[in-house]
Design a protein around this ligand. Sequence first.
Ligand code: DO4
Ligand code: MG
Length: 281
Amino acid sequence: MKIYKLNSSILLEYQDNFYQLEDESWDSFINDDYLDEKVKQIASNLSPISNSDALLKHELDAPVVGQELWASGVTYIRSKQGRQEESAKAGGSDFYARVYEADRPELFFKATRNRIVGHGGEVRIRRDSNWDVPEPELVLLMSSSGKIIGYTIGNDMSSRSIEGENPLYLPQAKTYDGCAALGPCILVAESPLKGDTNIRLTIERDNEVVFNDSIAINQIKRGMEELAGFLFRECSFPQGALLMTGTGIVPGNDFTLQAGDCISISVDGIGTLTNCVARNT
Ligand code: DO4
Ligand code: MG
């Protein structure tokens, strides 16, 4: 069962049929602890539509309106290693090793809707950065009560040169216009995702694959409920919240994104999020 945000309506996918909801607010529709029941109920009362392909091609938007997007850091061993390497010269590597083992996870604010693009939109790299990567991440959708009610795919675009210079530059390495992509849909949570759910990253340059890797979500060091629980400890989210769960894939140190590269991130059961790269001018 999936929910797509379109430019001015909501599309539900249930048992191979599509249902369109007009005049429905995204924020109030998705902020529901029983979202799965609601989708089933609506599908049983509405007639399916036949133009879903055209709507998805021309109207698809990022699945976010009033939700803040947060992110988790150093939740997979590969992220810890990559960050220790990039920050070694600046003496920052110990911080990453310690947070990987600590009880408290690293959580940071990433973006609101205006800095986020959907499937097919352009993500950006900063003018003042010369080492940039996409971070393919499973994203949790929580209701305002903190319950995990869905999942989507995220790209936590990151400047390794800026973060590597000093870990205190993290907000600049992570948050700028076009710094995140989300989509293509919300997979409504009926049960927790299986541990062997795979996240795959493919980067193409001039129609050739220049990087390709995958990881199963059971390689994460933390629990999904644990990450959501820390986020909601002392923050309220009246419209619910989105939380990236961290990357388990980091390209080698000789790789940097270039303008024109196309990034595809697939997660089993959710779909594929594709975005090409522009440089901020
Ligand atoms: O520690 C900095 C950010 C880490 C991150 O974004 C990740 O591990 O995915
Ligand atoms: Mg990340």
